[in-house]
Design a protein around this ligand. Sequence first.
Ligand SMILES: Cc1cc2nc3c(=O)[nH]c(=O)nc-3n(C[C@H](O)[C@H](O)[C@H](O)COP(=O)(O)OP(=O)(O)OC[C@H]3O[C@@H](n4cnc5c(N)ncnc54)[C@H](O)[C@@H]3O)c2cc1C
Length: 366
Amino acid sequence: MKNKSDLSVAIVGGGIGGAAAAVALHSKGIKANIYEQASDIRELGAGIGMRPPTVHFFKDWGIYEEIVQKSSISGYMAVLTAHGEVLVKEEWPVLTDNPKEDWARLIHRADLIETFFNQVPTENVHLKHRCKKVIEHEECVEIQFENGNRIEADLLIAADGIRSVVRQQIFSDVKPIYSGMHAYRTVLPEKEAFNLAPDDTFRVFVAESGSHVYLMPLPHRNQVSYDITVHSEDKSWKPVVSIEEILEHLQEFNPMFQKMADLAESFTCRAIYDIDPIDRWTSGRIALLGDAAHAMLHHRGQGANMAIQDGGVLAEAVMKADTIQEALKIYESLRKPINHEYQKLSRLTPNNKRGTAFPEKEILKF
Ligand SMILES: Cc1cc2nc3c(=O)[nH]c(=O)nc-3n(C[C@H](O)[C@H](O)[C@H](O)COP(=O)(O)OP(=O)(O)OC[C@H]3O[C@@H](n4cnc5c(N)ncnc54)[C@H](O)[C@@H]3O)c2cc1C
């Protein structure tokens, strides 16, 4: 392999996974260029929980202090009935017994992506670059974009999401499957959450129908992230849903949830798709990462965590290995088993019969 600092790495997709991989590589002195189809970098107005192993990587990459400024610690996760009776409340699993150990942190997605992009020099971010084709050569990988540009790289990291063009072209024609659910997400001022999220606990309210509401406190912003997951027949990727329909879905919950929805300026609505695990994530000089490799349902709150950890492990593998091919083998062997477990586990919807807020604790070591 060339000197690591001379490697040219192309990352297709500037979402959480692609951006995290760029930060991980830059922190090790490896330049990575991000090619993103959109004309700007934007993340949804919603909160997201960062798990201890993910926060551990933030320390390695030198962004922990910035993350701390933009996030809040969460002590517990609780599962409640639709009317607020607590069924189970548990501490977030940590990595060690050290009480000062990395802790779960709650952050707004926009702040997370901003923190990542603060680390990536502007000249390494290429917007309006939609990858349409990749060609594997012995000495490089060639990437063609819809805007007519074409580049060559020593390593391609495909972080282009659940509908990955690279996965479909090189690895697998497995198609995303509609889960039968929609997610509606917004962020409200704390006072408009009517004391339903009064402390640092991340709460999931579960209705008999299987609908659920997630309330994630973001006290550093004086806000609460409000996510509603419901059953729907509508498979369109970006469904258009009226506030009246959202209010109807909330009928079986504490009436305050309807009031909160009424106060929201807007919701982002998304149909939730899942995908079966695929056999291979790497080929020659190409690696899939994040949702492109292993999209999963959001019920365990792990998709973004896994994408970020993929980036950390991949960067470490590149540093350790003598060739790109060897690095990708290390990466795939370390990340595939855990992600496949989470893909399966994520199909378990939160419910009031499981007796734990973290079914993953029984299966995986943190
Ligand atoms: C309702 C909901 C709640 C969730 N909550 C959590 C949570 O609490 N914790 C958690 O860990 N995870 C959560 N997730 C999962 C998490 O959002 C995803 O796993 C994560 O965003 C995946 O990141 P990614 O970068 O791999 O893919 P994406 O975010 O999909 O990013 C892919 C990027 O690639 C770009 N792109 C696509 N195709 C091309 C192309 N051909 N050329 C160039 N660019 C391209 C896209 O524009 C996009 O910017 C949740 C998901 C949902 C739906």
